[in-house]
Design a binder for this molecule. Structure first.
Ligand code: GLY
Length: 621
């Protein structure tokens, strides 16, 4: 048995014997690199040194880097793809180049002292050459000298045998990839066929000698570098003769827990749950919170996809399973692989990880069933209306609605559609999404035009929204929240309130969701005059009460159908009278206003089909 912790140790030891300094893993969320969302390889944090800046630890480094890659998210569920993984890597900054790099990879993989893999099961690929760089005969010759036969060397194009840059620009170069034949029942074929998935790529040696410029040109770097990446999960799999990474000790303790929660078997769902939960735990350990933006959205996506898959396995208590998996990964006695020794942030932030998983689960649970119902209904209609299975397509508009209203990442909608053999109009979805973004942007920038000629209406809507926001803030953050100021223009509302600290992204998201939930309803706003005492007894917020004399006006915003009260405030108006589906409310800024006072700026994208009637236009009682 090749223990994961032993393999890890051996790799670092090997490169120490070759004069490398071991550096710690960088965070998953890059600190100073806006060109990428996540660290997808060990070389990311090293870009300045690949470009020529001297590294304080020298010219030879190695490490184990935690990585997130989501380009292959739809492949997760097969035997080898992950969204979170660890990468073993070694680097040369203008020091050794192809000869040493390739020979060391071979030595580490095949000698008995180190990993002792069977040389007959190894094949390689090299860069085939194109207008940017020549065919990599140097690398192939090194392999030939090692003893690799020509039949086991494939020359492939830039799509396969070129690495980088990590963002749009930066260091890059041809690479040579090392494949291992994993089929234990059959000997490795004489000829290497990269298409056969029993050849699994395990190690990539990149020869970074180019810099890709903004203009798309490949310029030679001042120094020739080496950047390698050896996928840890795959290596553990190969060394333990497993057919999938999920059968390795990196996953089996988590799988034992998962199996206790379900009686159903669905390997793909099981793998997605294990992979995505691990990814979520690691992202949360860096204090990221789920949101609808960039990093936070990826986190939301993996959590929601995992939940959807739990539903497929008829698991009811998503929260409980997340809690147990987190506990096992962080504290589990069954793990040979002590993640917390390598990544102490997991332990430090354990409570945060669990809390955020629970919160996101609560949010998604609220809409999941409704969203699936809506999807099923539409799928049924499509199937009834369109008989030709090739033409059964879910519209982009509906896919966007599932995203916008029910929080379904498009991948979930695609999976649901796949299960029913329906296609999704992804282009249409992207168009609807972009239109929405554009509208938000225009509104944010105050450029919104058309359909909103009457400023009285929008400012009145903002006034009523301010009341709803106020009460949602008190419900979400606590009753210490008091209005400290408000300002409304045709483009936005501004609301100042007492609160001791910055709002988290999760809080902002929750507030936004709650306001949106309320304004999507059928609302009526009741205006009553009463004595101040009476209003206060009714629980009306009356922050400027003394302004209004003995008799005050109280506005109550309530659900027309159920009578549920969302806000009661003493106020001079004006307000809307009733409304249905106002539109989409968005917080565009949260900042400090002064000590102990926060400021929110928010906007609304009005629904063209809303029905709103306005009371007291322009009059203030
Ligand atoms: N940077 C090399 C690799 O990720 O394969």
């Amino acid at each position: 048995m090749n223990k994961p912790s032993e393999i890890r140790k051996k790799f670092l030891q090997f490169f120490e014997t070759k004069g490398h300094i071991i550096i710690p893993s960088a965070p998953l969320i890059p600190e100073n690199d806006p060109t990428v969302l996540f660290t997808t390889a060990g070389m990311h944090p090293l870009v300045p040194f690949l470009l020529g800046q001297p590294h304080p630890a020298g010219k030879r480094l190695a490490n184990v880097q935690k990585c997130i890659r989501t380009v292959d998210i739809e492949e997760v569920g097969d035997t080898i793809h992950n969204t979170f993984f660890e990468m073993l890597g070694n680097w040369s900054f203008g020091d050794y180049f192809k000869e040493k790099s390739i020979n060391w990879s071979w030595e580490f993989l095949t000698t008995k002292k180190w990993l002792g893999l069977d040389p007959n099961r190894i094949a390689v690929s090299c860069f085939a050459g194109d207008e940017d760089a020549p065919k990599d005969e140097d690398a192939a010759d090194i392999w030939r000298r090692i003893g690799i036969k020509d039949d086991k060397i494939a020359f492939l194009s830039k799509d396969d045998n070129w690495w980088g840059p990590a963002g749009q620009t930066g260091p890059c170069g041809p690479d040579t990839e090392i494949f291992y034949w994993i089929d234990e029942d059959n000997p490795a074929p004489k000829k290497f066929d990269p298409i056969d998935n029993r050849w699994v790529e395990i190690w990539n040696n990149v020869f970074m000698e180019y810099n890709k410029t903004k203009a798309g040109k490949y310029e030679p770097l001042t120094q020739k570098n080496v950047d390698t990446g050896l996928g840890f999960e795959r290596l553990v799999m190969v060394l333990n003769q497993k057919r999938s990474i999920y059968e390795t000790e990196l996953f089996t303790p988590l799988n034992v827990i998962l199996q206790k929660h379900t009686k159903k078997t669905d390997i793909k769902s099981e793998r997605i749950i294990l992979d995505h939960t691990r990814t979520a735990i690691f992202l949360l350990s860096e204090k990221l919170t789920p949101s609808n933006l960039e990093h936070g959205y990826v986190l939301r996506k993996v959590i929601r996809r995992a939940i959807r898959r739990m539903r497929n396995l008829e698991i009811k208590d998503y929260q409980d399973l997340f809690k147990k998996l987190t506990h096992e990964l962080i504290n589990g006695k069954n793990f040979d692989y002590p993640y917390i020794d390598y990544y102490p942030e997991l332990k430090t932030n354990e409570n945060f990880i669990v809390d955020e998983l629970v919160k996101e689960t609560v949010r998604f649970e609220k809409v999941l069933e409704k969203g699936i119902k809506e999807f099923n209904k539409s799928a049924e209609q499509i199937k009834q209306k369109i008989k030709d299975p090739n033409k059964q397509v879910l519209s982009g508009r509906l896919a966007f609605k599932l995203y916008d209203t029910y929080g379904f990442p498009i991948e979930i909608t695609k999976e649901l559609a796949d299960e029913k053999n329906i296609k999704v109009d992804i282009k249409g979805y992207q168009k609807a999404y972009q239109q929405h973004q554009e509208l938000s942007k225009q509104a944010t920038e105050g450029k919104f035009k058309g359909g909103l000629a009457d400023h009285s209406e929008i400012t009145t809507i903002y006034h009523s929204l301010t009341h709803i926001l106020h009460s949602v803030l008190r419900k979400t953050l606590g009753s210490h929240v008091e209005q400290k100021g408000s300002n409304i223009t045709a483009e936005r509302l501004r609301f100042d309130f007492s609160h001791p600290g910055k709002l988290t992204l999760a809080q902002i998201d929750e507030i936004q969701t709650q306001v949106n939930r309320i304004i999507s309803r059928d609302l009526e706003i009741i205006k009553e005059k009463m004595a101040l005492d009476q209003a206060l007894a009714k629980g009306a917020l009356g922050l400027f009460a003394d302004k209004y004399g003995d008799k005050v006006t109280v506005y109550t915003i309530q659900n027309k159908q159920t009578g549920e009260i969302y806000s009661t405030e003493i106020c001079g108006g004006p307000h809307i009278k009733d409304s249905q589906n106002i539109g989409s409310f968005k917080i565009i800024k949260e900042e400090s206003s002064s000590a102990g006072i926060r400021r929110i700026k928010a906007t609304v994208i009005l629904n063209p089909k809303r029905s709103t009637s306005v009371r007291d236009w322009g009059s203030r009682n």
